[in-house]
Design a protein around this ligand. Structure first.
Ligand code: DLZ
Length: 163
């Protein structure tokens, strides 16, 4: 039996919450810029497609994925946003740096979500090589930035209805 397609890239605009009054922060890691700019473009264009006003999307850059939680925290504490999207890519190298950056950013975002009333989306690719990252930032496997934006609108709606 075929399973339901839960891929958020295939969002149905008719079933999405009204995002026209929502405000979002996007934090973008500059490490592997080619990839993170593709993810940013996917997220930004999707928010616009879902009715978010351009002036309600605030972007901040950080040097690497490890800094994403602090970048998100800066937005959460200085702007009235409904959700934040944290964008980065960590590519497996020959050292253990990959593991430390991955666990640092993951744990950091978990802590943000347990601290602030606005949720932070995890849009961080953790790939074996650059080809895998290209495939997921606008290539043959879609764009995870699109999925993060859809998740952000859904979570912002949940926050508005429940908090
Ligand atoms: C140092 C480092 C390494 C080796 N690899 C990555 C990576 O694949 N992706 C990424 O976003 N950042 C990487 N960084 C940088 C760290 O995230 C961080 O910016 C530095 O350790 C400074 O705190």
């Amino acid at each position: 039996m075929a399973t339901a397609n839960k891929n958020l890239s295939n969002y149905d605009k008719n079933t999405m919450p009204n995002a026209s009054s929502m405000r979002f922060g996007i934090v973008v890691s500059e490490w592997n810029e080619e990839i993170t700019e593709g993810l940013f473009r996917g997220a930004y264009d999707t928010l616009i497609d879902l009715g978010v006003a351009r002036h309600n999307i605030i972007r901040e850059n950080v040097p690497g994925s490890f800094e994403l939680p602090f970048g998100a925290k800066c937005i959460l504490e200085s702007e009235k946003v409904d959700a934040v999207i944290a964008i980065g890519v960590v590519i497996q190298g020959e050292t253990k740096h990959f593991d430390f950056v991955c666990s640092g950013v993951t744990q950091g975002i978990v802590e943000l979500n347990n601290t602030y009333s606005a949720p932070t989306m995890f849009c961080v690719l953790t790939d074996m090589n650059i080809e895998q990252s290209r495939a997921r930032s606008g290539g043959e496997h879609g764009n995870k930035g699109v999925e993060a934006a859809v998740a952000a609108v859904k979570m912002a709606d949940l926050k508005r209805r429940r908090l």
